[in-house]
Design a protein around this ligand. Structure first.
Ligand SMILES: *Cc1c(COP(=O)(O)O)cnc(C)c1O
Length: 376
C-alpha cells in the first residue's frame, strides 16, 4: 500500500526517543517539551509556544482563553476537518459556517464581508448576531491544506467587527503569507502533529502566540491548573492536555527535518502538476501570489472524482475524498450556514487527495499519474 501521507521517521527520532526511554523521562515533564516549544516558536516567528496533547485540544484551549462561552458564536469555514467545529462545540458555542471559495478552498471572504455587514451589529464593543443578539467573539480561519486566504483582508474584516482571530493553522506548518508564518497572524495559532501531518509526534499539538499572559494561561490550563509547585493546589478547573516528553522528543527530531520535508512536498506537487497538466478537467488548488504554502497534501478536482478514487485505491494507491462539508453532518444541519451557491458541496464532490508521503518514490508518483490518466 502506498500511504496517502505517512510519517517519516528518519533523522534523530530513534536517538531522542531512546534517550527518553533510557533516562525514564517519558511522561508529562522533560527537556524535550521545552526544546520542542522553543523550536516551534522560533520557526513560526512567535514569542511563545505551548505544547498540547493534540491539535484539537490546542484549539479548545485557545477558544477558552479567548473567553468563548456557552451560546456564543465562532465563525469558521464550512470546509474543514471536524476538529475545528468540535473544539468550538466543547465550549458550548456554535459555529457560524461560511461557504468555501471555489478555487482556493478557503473561507469565502466576500460572503464573510456580506454576512458581517448585514447580519451582525456592534454592541458594547463586541460583535453580535442581529437575529438572536448572541455574541460572536472569535473568527477561526482554517488554512485548508496549508494554503491561506487573503490574510490582509481577513484581518481587516476581523478588526472592523471586533473579532479575535484564532488560526486553525494545524495543516499549515511551513506555510507563509507575505513572508509571515501561518499561525502568527491571529491572537493565537495552532499546530497538529497527528500522524498524517507534515511532521508528527504520533499525536500532539501546539498553541503559538505573542502574548505572554495567554501563553502562561495556556500552560496552566493544559496542566491541570496547578498553582503551587509543591502542594496540590489548583485554582480552577484545568485539563490534562499536555504533550508527553517522549512525543516531544519525536517532535524535536521532526523539526530538525522540517525544511527537508517542505522541500520534498514542493517536489511532489511539482511532479503531479506537470504529470497531470491538461488531463481531462483536472485542476489543482489555486494559490494566490502572496501565499507560499507547504503543499502538505496535493489535492485535485475533477468531475470523475469517484472513478479516480476507485482506480487509485484498487491499485493500493491510498487516496481520499475531501471532508464532508460541516453543514451536511447531522450535528450541524441546524447551524447557520452562509452561502450563495453551496460551493462546499461542489468542492466535496470533486476533490480528492493523492499520495504524498515525503518518502514517496518517483516511481510511485508516476504510477499515481498513470492510473489517473487511464481514467481519462
Ligand atoms: C489535523 C487537524 C486538526 C487537529 O487534529 P488533531 O488530530 O487533534 O491533532 C484540526 N483542524 C484541522 C483542519 C486539521 O486538519
Amino acid at each position: 500500500m502506498v500511504l496517502l501521507s505517512g510519517p517519516n521517521m528518519g533523522g534523530n527520532v530513534w536517538k531522542y526517543v531512546k534517550d527518553c526511554l533510557d533516562t525514564g523521562w517519558v511522561s508529562s515533564v522533560g527537556a524535550y517539551v521545552d526544546q520542542f516549544e522553543k523550536m516551534t516558536a522560533e520557526f513560526a516567528g512567535t514569542k511563545y509556544a505551548v505544547a498540547t496533547s493534540s491539535g484539537t485540544t490546542a484549539l479548545h484551549i485557545a477558544l477558552l482563553l479567548a473567553g468563548v462561552n456557552e451560546n456564543d458564536y465562532v465563525i469558521t469555514p464550512n470546509i474543514t476537518f471536524i476538529a475545528t467545529c468540535n473544539s468550538i462545540c466543547y465550549t458550548g458555542a456554535h459555529p457560524i459556517l461560511i461557504d468555501t471559495d471555489p478555487l482556493n478552498w478557503q473561507m469565502d471572504l466576500n460572503l464573510l464581508e456580506d454576512f458581517l455587514q448585514n447580519e451582525t451589529e456592534q454592541r458594547d464593543g463586541a460583535c453580535h448576531l442581529k437575529k438572536d443578539g448572541n455574541r460572536i467573539p472569535v473568527i477561526m480561519p482554517v488554512h485548508v491544506l496549508g494554503n491561506m486566504c487573503d490574510m490582509d483582508e481577513l484581518l481587516r474584516l476581523a478588526k472592523a467587527h471586533n473579532l479575535m482571530v484564532i488560526e486553525d493553522s494545524t495543516e499549515a506548518l511551513g506555510s507563509y503569507y507575505k513572508g509571515k508564518h501561518a499561525g502568527s497572524f491571529g491572537k493565537m495559532g495552532t499546530f497538529s502533529y497527528n500522524g498524517n501531518k507534515i511532521i508528527t509526534t504520533g499525536g500532539g499539538g501546539m498553541i503559538v502566540t505573542d502574548d505572554e499572559a495567554l501563553a502562561k494561561k495556556a500552560k496552566h490550563l493544559t496542566t491541570q491548573a496547578k498553582s503551587d509547585p509543591f502542594e496540590y493546589i489548583h485554582d480552577e478547573i484545568g485539563y490534562n492536555y499536555r504533550l508527553v516528553n517522549v512525543a516531544a522528543a519525536m517532535g524535536v527530531a521532526q523539526m530538525e527535518q522540517l525544511p527537508d520535508f517542505i522541500k520534498r512536498k514542493k517536489e511532489i506537487i511539482a511532479f503531479y502538476q506537470s504529470g497531470l497538466n491538461g488531463v481531462g478537467d483536472i485542476a489543482f488548488q489555486q494559490v494566490c501570489a502572496d501565499v507560499n504554502p507547504n503543499w502538505w497534501m496535493p489535492t485535485i478536482s475533477t468531475v470523475k472524482q469517484r472513478e479516480v478514487l476507485k482506480a487509485l485505491n484498487d491499485k493500493k494507491l491510498q487516496s481520499r475524498p475531501f471532508w464532508v462539508p460541516m453543514n451536511q453532518l447531522k450535528m450541524f444541519t441546524e447551524e447557520l450556514y452562509i452561502q450563495k451557491n453551496d460551493c462546499s458541496d461542489h468542492v466535496y464532490r470533486h476533490c480528492l487527495s493523492i499520495p504524498c508521503s515525503t518518502y514517496i518514490t518517483d516511481e510511485e508518483m508516476q504510477n499515481v499519474v498513470d492510473t489517473i490518466r487511464s481514467v481519462f
